[in-house]
Design a protein around this ligand. Sequence first.
Ligand code: 5GP
Ligand code: ZN
Length: 116
Amino acid sequence: MENQDCIFCKVIRGEMKTEIQYQDEHVVAIKDIRPQAPVHLLLVPKRHISTLLSVKDSDQALLSHIFQTANEIARKGGFADNGFRIVINCNPNGGQTVYHLHVHLLGGRFMTWPPG
Ligand code: 5GP
Ligand code: ZN
């Protein structure tokens, strides 16, 4: 179900000025407003799912599609071979601030470990 106040649902409904990098029936990819790397995109399912914990078995195809889309964007963007990072933050200790599931795709620089 769409969430009236959710900012990513607003982006998906076209109610917020956002540069959409890619979209299809199931997912949109947008630039993060506070980029942490030369490439920092958010892959957002069009259906509102609040956190990773809400993902169901029936979402398998959707999750696979999101990861394949990230791979495709990395390949087309020319940063796949050098490498990139996928992040899903879950709940407060995971650093989640927007409660609509999204996958961060970070690339274009060397990533350190551990994360902060
Ligand atoms: P989280 O902390 O929930 O994993 O990630 C949320 C991300 O969304 C943050 O990196 C933040 O910079 C980004 N963000 C927050 N509000 C907006 C917005 O209105 N537009 C876009 N494009 N990104 C946003
Ligand atoms: Zn939402």
